[in-house]
Design a protein around this ligand. Structure first.
Ligand code: GAP
Length: 464
């Protein structure tokens, strides 16, 4: 009876040498490859697909939602493990005056141009200055319309009457729900400035040019933290948060050379910002914003104080001072962080595709396989699986050749595979197979949980 996995992958008692099946390892070049993997394996599906889909809306499938939960949990833990950060979950619908105070009603606009010939629509600030001056379509050279200002907020009506008095907006950022709760949180939690409030939630923007898969969509999730500080200490906190946030992305295994800071110049600064840096990632379509870190000064609390007529000042009991705190914001897109994780992890060597995800992000940490569908192997495998499941998110699979089963797990980023074969029955050892190198080693079954835990604790980032 054959007792080693039916694949061309080697198996030894110490990790075998990396087995690259074909050519050099490549990273993601074409987003279409990732979109296809995500659909095939259940990470992300086009929304309402049976009706032909709806532009730039996406649904997360069984593995996508696991990955997304991991992203959110890692972010939430990094924030709220700190003694000086509290969490909230504010409503999506807010008083319409919030958006006047925030500047979104007047200022959250993009200039939009349409091509009269091919009907393409562009953000005027994103097309080449010369083409814009000549009013020439970048696609077909047809004539462009004059730029029109377009407010990005989605409007709806609250209650049965659809009149102007009932207009409410779907929030375009989660931040405002934090500002209007600043006093509620500081008083109820007895936090003293400096402290922060974090929130994860949906935001909506009627983007003119959504696209690049889940990079820019009209409905997305943000992970935002607003840190309230004494004026004068804001730049020091700003620098600290910049470092904390880039380290968080690096700790998720994102390659260092693919991340950089981009400082907003005077022309780029948002209406609220005193200083702003983006953390950018190099996607196949170029360097783009992943997260924004902003010094928002006292703009937000000042405006809400002015528009609501309620005092939002903080009273410092130690120094007996009263002031409006400055705010340092860290604002990351949850979907965009997830996209970065997938893009960064994608590997292809001419034969094999795998996601070299950090185990903290992987939907499954380990997969268990009986070598064949023989009752004695399946029974042993089920036992190993139920032990591993107590500790890690695990899966099991007995369909098809072992090589194919490994490949399926590679494509969804499962760091380890465990195979139960005939030697397992007599020697109580299993084959542990490493996703990134395909190396295999023989481990006593009773040591598996500890062995995998140690590997995760000492994980030093994805291979390659
Ligand atoms: N509160 C500040 C704020 O919202 P932003 O730079 O407009 O700042 C922050 O957005 C982050 O939200 C971005 O870095 C990006 O990750 C994410 N984001 C913004 N618009 C998005 C969209 N249309 N689709 C997906 N993510 C988006």
């Amino acid at each position: 009876m054959k007792s080693t996995p039916e694949s061309n992958e080697s198996q030894t008692s110490s990790p075998s040498a990396p087995q690259s099946s074909s050519g050099a390892v490549q990273n993601l070049k074409d987003m279409a490859d990732l979109v296809s993997l995500c659909k095939r394996r259940g990470f992300v599906f086009p929304s309402s697909e049976v009706y032909g889909g709806i532009n730039a809306c996406w649904d997360y499938g069984p593995l996508g939602i696991e990955l997304k939960r991991n992203v959110k949990e890692l972010w939430w833990k990094a924030m709220t493990d700190r003694e000086d950060v509290e969490g909230i979950d504010a409503a999506i619908l807010m008083h319409p005056r919030v958006w006047e105070a925030s500047g979104h009603v007047a200022g959250f606009v993009d200039p939009m141009v349409d091509c009269k010939k091919c009907k393409s629509r562009f953000r005027a600030d994103k097309i080449d200055a010369e083409a814009l001056a000549q009013k020439k379509c970048p696609e077909c050279k047809g004539e462009l319309t004059e730029p029109r200002q377009f407010n990005l907020m989605f409007k709806t009506h609250m209650g049965p009457l659809e009149d102007s008095a009932s207009v409410v907006y779907l929030r375009p950022e989660t931040a405002q729900g934090i500002y209007v709760n600043f006093l509620n949180v500081s008083q109820s939690s007895r936090q003293k400035v400096p402290f922060g409030i974090s929130q994860i939630g949906k935001a909506f923007r009627n983007e003119i040019t959504p696209g690049n898969f889940i990079f820019r969509t009209r409905e997305f999730e943000q992970m935002e933290m607003q840190f309230f500080v004494k004026p004068g200490t804001d730049m020091e906190w700003f620098e600290r948060w910049k470092e904390i946030r880039i380290k968080w992305h690096l700790n998720n295994g994102i390659r260092k050379e693919k991340l950089r800071f981009h400082e907003h110049g005077p022309g780029e600064l948002a209406h609220y910002a005193k200083a702003a840096f983006d953390i950018e990632y190099e996607f196949p379509f170029g360097w783009q914003e992943l997260e924004g870190i902003h010094n928002r000064s006292d703009f937000d609390l000042g405006r809400h104080q002015q528009f609501s007529g309620k005092k939002l000042e903080y009273y410092d009991e130690e120094t007996k001072e009263r002031y409006l705190p400055y705010i340092v914001e860290t604002s990351a897109g949850c979907d965009r962080t997830l996209l970065v994780a997938l893009v960064d992890a994608y590997r292809f060597d001419g034969d094999r595709t795998w996601l070299s995800l950090h185990p903290n992000l992987s939907p499954y940490k380990v997969a268990v396989f009986p070598l064949m569908k023989k009752p004695e192997l399946v029974q042993y495998s089920d036992k190993v699986y139920s032990e591993l499941k107590k500790r890690f998110r695990a899966t099991t699979d007995d369909a098809g050749s072992i090589g194919k089963r490994y490949r399926r797990q590679d494509e969804i980023g499962t760091p380890f595979g465990v195979t139960i074969d005939y030697d397992t029955l007599t020697q109580h050892t299993v084959t542990l197979r490493h996703r990134d190198t395909m190396a295999q080693e023989r481990i006593p079954a009773e040591r598996l949980v500890d062995f995998i835990s140690e590997k995760f604790q000492n994980w030093n980032g994805p291979a390659v």
